[in-house]
Design a protein around this ligand. Structure first.
Ligand SMILES: *Cc1c(COP(=O)(O)O)cnc(C)c1O
Length: 387
């Protein structure tokens, strides 16, 4: 071929990746357009088939690699990535529910999931009802012929109740509904959702999988191909896609996830035990502690705990006082989310979030990061002095 102009060379480069190049990290692939070998290959392509590529939005080798790894971690077969944990939640609802259907949500559900239910009820002809997270087999009484999906979350990410997952799954299945589990708290490490009967596991990869407080992503994992395909239709129709760079960031976190998780767990239990001995605190809501509703289910079903727990202050302290406590913390950032190296704190007006919350004291949630626990405890101690 004749010598190409520089402009063309910039596009049609002769560069070839070195033969035999091999390394531990997966390559990061970027694509909107994916090129087909010929028209026949284009016509026979199927966007759902993960052994071929069709369009960047539907996946690249990078995103399919991450999906396969996440399915393996959860003990599932199929995985779909979404641009946030919340997008994964909405993909499940929109893939599985239609007008006339009913969905049940625990009263302690992740609040944006509750908000999604409110929206579906208001504008889309789907009813969203709430159940007591400790209802167990009693959920059978709430099942209706049109109840198609039961959401579970274990534990609830603010008030920390651990539900009787197998009992809820059995009653839901007897009533003809599927069960989705928001398994973000335990990162798929401390609770194996599929072993306890759930059909769909959802993860906010934003948390422990990434571990860097720098990326948002979600995943929906299933074991059943037909079920995966229904959610994949929503994935496609809603235009859900994730960037290769973000997928790489999550993948980069995976090799250290378990070690980080175990450190978060040990540190959180140490800080929680210290808080439990303090007179300012009436309850420690950590699944490994007996104060926590569903502690017995945690002991039965979990192999560990995360870094996230809450405490309830003695009702004699006003919100202004507990706000001063929170503002006085120096090592704890005031912010949502968790799973990164930094400890975080967040006060909640839980009475306004829940139908039947009984504690009178102010609830404050802690995310214990990877700092030295003696330093964290010293920080909490000085802040308690400001109450
Ligand atoms: C963070 C979180 C989500 C949502 O994840 P994003 O990536 O922030 O959208 C969903 N469920 C739980 C329990 C979470 O903690």
């Amino acid at each position: 071929m004749a010598k190409k102009s520089l402009q063309t060379q910039l596009i049609h480069t002769d560069y070839k990746a070195p033969q035999g190049f091999d390394a531990f990290p997966s390559a990061i692939h970027h694509a909107s357009t994916v090129l087909f070998k010929d028209v026949a290959a284009m016509r026979s392509g199927d966007w759902k088939n993960k052994n071929s590529y069709n369009y960047g939005l539907h996946g690249t080798p990078t995103t399919f690699t991450l999906e396969a790894r996440l399915a393996e971690i959860e003990g599932g077969e199929y995985c779909l990535l979404a641009p946030s944990g919340l997008a994964a939640i909405s993909m499940i609802d929109l893939g599985l529910l239609k007008s006339g259907d009913d969905v049940l949500l625990p009263d302690n559900v992740y609040n944006p999931n509750r908000e999604l239910g409110r929206w579906l009820s208001q504008d889309y002809g789907i009813t969203a009802r709430h159940y007591d997270p400790m209802i167990g087999a009693g959920i059978a009484e709430l099942m209706q012929p049109n109840t198609k999906l039961v959401w579970t979350e274990s534990p609830g990410s603010v008030s920390m109740e651990v539900p009787d997952l197998p009992a809820i799954c059995k009653a839901a299945h007897d009533g003809g509904a599927l069960v989705a589990l928001d398994n973000t708290w335990s990162a798929g490490l401390a609770l194996r959702g599929f072993d306890h009967g759930v059909d769909i596991v959802m993860q906010a990869l934003t948390k422990y999988q990434s571990g860097g407080s720098d990326v948002l992503m979600g995943a929906v994992i299933t074991r059943d191909q037909a079920l995966n395909d229904r959610i994949a239709m929503a994935h496609m129709r809603l235009g859900m896609g994730v960037s290769g760079d973000d997928a790489y960031l999550v993948m980069r976190g995976l090799p250290t996830m378990k070690l980080r998780f175990e450190t978060h767990d040990a540190s959180a239990r140490k800080v929680a035990a210290w808080l439990k001995a303090r007179s300012e605190i009436t309850r420690v809501l950590h699944p490994a502690f007996e104060d926590c509703p569903g502690h017995e289910f945690w002991k039965r079903d979990f192999t560990g705990a995360g870094g996230l727990f809450s405490v309830v202050f003695d009702p004699k302290y006003t919100e202004a006082q507990t706000d001063r406590f929170v503002d006085s913390l120096e090592l704890f950032g005031l912010g949502y989310s968790w799973g990164g190296a930094n400890s975080l704190v967040m006060p909640y007006r839980i009475q306004s979030m829940r139908r039947d919350w009984k504690d009178q004291g102010i609830l404050v949630r802690f995310n214990i990061g990877l700092e030295d626990t003696d330093d964290l405890i010293a920080d909490i101690e000085q802040a308690l002095g400001k109450l």
